[in-house]
Design a protein around this ligand. Structure first.
Ligand SMILES: *Cc1c(COP(=O)(O)O)cnc(C)c1O
Length: 459
């Protein structure tokens, strides 16, 4: 057949519609949408025919393609994945999973109206910022606290309110870039402040800071190097010395803590300072994320002295970076976990970072058995593994745990890894030495069966 004949012989939309009239899968969708997807399928077939693909355009092929298009519209792009990478705070995979208490708070708030900006005692307008302030002050020892959209916004707000048009002193060892193009020098510029760099990459002395203080200095900023370490011939003044210097000159000292844990935490041989410890040392304002080590939703927490937090509450930028009610609900639920609950056990991030090795080993064995039971031709082995904590926390920590490697004679690891990613619930695994590895640290109970059965469907 000539190409034009083939194009002409493509079925009409009407005949496709009658062919699917009793199809149960198609029936669940609005008619207009079905027509729209059938048209799209025909258009695609026309393009394919023109490109020389002779097989395109049968009625069955068109209907099946329309079904794929419909199914895609019926599936959220943002969806659950199984994290088999072992990286607890995986920024690409949504950072912190929430605790049950946080989940309960979110569910309750999302399904109805709430006290978001309503004061029930007075029957009048309230503020969204009051809901977690008391808890944050209790947990950090701060006089006042404020929450915004994320920590990047928190740093921007603090610098905009306290240092616009003035200078901020930062050590050259702390000009951090975190993922997604957040760079301290850029954020400083955006806030209208001028960066004054002091010291060198590996060493900054107290005298470097002191010499840089001038009439136009607004603050000293310390940035937690949350995704790298400088080791070897290094030094930085300690927090107390830096605070004393700033206060001698009547300046605030601000710290971007990055992850900012609320409880003493040591994992994989490294510990993070708590927000309370930093404020206790003399820092006037600290900022940190809600969805890193704290284990809650995306949020930026600002805590410190009333004198510096109060102006932030009135700053015009605040409205543009405000926290939304679902994040706020999740944050409040998580903070309650710290105050009245058992954070080490019930906040998933903390529980995963400190998972007992015996439990991880048992989970790995269980996964291996499930895989072997359901799959012929797959070689599965339990191995010990090292993984990072991830997501701007504990950069030097090495968490030792367990995982399962799999390999098949008839298939490369790269092919299998790709196949696993394309499952209904995508499974994100690692590859090492041409083997697919499932690190079991971040796997939930029900994930094991999903992984085993994904492997048993034919590739
Ligand atoms: C992660 C991080 C940020 C940004 O926090 P977000 O909550 O992701 O906006 C800022 N500074 C440091 C040092 C960080 O580690």
């Amino acid at each position: 057949m000539e190409i034009n004949d083939k194009l002409r012989s493509l079925p009409a939309i009407d005949s496709l519609l009658s062919a699917v009239a009793t199809d149960l899968e198609i029936k669940q969708y609005p008619r207009e949408l079905v027509i729209n997807c059938l048209r799209q399928a025909v258009t695609n077939a026309r393009d394919a025919l023109r490109k020389g693909n002779d097989n395109a355009g049968s009625q069955a092929a068109l209907i099946s393609q329309a079904k794929v298009l419909l199914k895609k519209l019926n599936q959220p792009s943002l969806r659950r994945v199984i994290n088999a990478t072992g990286v607890v705070l995986h920024t690409n995979l949504g950072r912190a999973p929430l605790s049950q208490r946080a989940k309960k708070c979110v569910t309750e708030i999302m399904e109805g109206y709430s006290t978001l900006e309503y004061n029930v005692a007075l029957g009048e307008r309230g503020s969204r910022y009051t809901h977690v302030e008391e808890q944050l002050c209790r947990l950090t020892g701060a006089e006042e606290a404020l929450v915004v959209n994320n920590n990047a916004a928190a740093v921007l707000l603090v610098l905009s309110a306290l240092a616009n048009g003035q200078e901020v002193i930062v050590s050259r060892g702390e000009l951090v870039e975190i993922g997604g193009s957040f760079r301290i020098p850029d954020v400083l510029r955006q806030s209208g402040a001028t960066l004054v760099e002091v010291g060198s990459t590996n060493k900054t002395h107290l005298s470097d800071y002191e010499q840089a203080i001038g009439p136009n200095t607004a603050a000293i900023l310390k940035v937690h190097t949350s995704n790298y370490c400088i080791i070897g011939f290094t030094s930085q003044p300690n927090g107390a010395e830096l605070a004393a210097l700033a206060h001698k000159h009547s300046l605030p000292v601000i710290e971007d803590l990055g992850s900012g844990t609320l409880v003493s935490l040591t994992a994989g041989g490294q510990s993070e300072p708590t927000a309370a410890q930093r404020l206790q040392l003399g820092f006037d304002v600290v900022t940190f994320s809600g969805d890193k080590l704290l284990g809650a939703s995306q949020a930026g927490i600002i805590a410190g002295k009333k004198q510096y937090i109060a102006p932030l509450k009135k700053h015009p930028l605040l409205r543009a970076i405000r926290i939304d009610k679902l994040s706020l609900a999740a944050l409040e639920g998580t903070l309650m976990e710290y105050i009245v609950g058992n954070p080490a056990q019930d906040i998933p991030v903390l529980a995963m970072l400190n998972s007992d090795n015996a439990i991880l080993k048992e989970r790995a064995n269980c996964l291996k058995e499930l895989i072997l039971e359901q799959n012929n031709g797959v070689i599965a082995e339990v191995i010990t593994l090292n993984s990072p904590a991830g997501g701007g926390a504990l950069p030097a920590a090495v968490l030792t745990g367990y995982g399962v490697t799999i390999c098949r004679q008839d298939m490369s690891a790269a092919h299998m890894e790709k196949y696993l990613r394309q499952q209904e619930i995508p499974i994100v695994a690692r590859i090492q030495e041409d083997k697919v590895i499932f690190d079991v640290r971040c796997l939930l109970e029900q994930d094991l069966a999903v992984i085993a059965s994904a492997l048993s469907t034919s590739f």
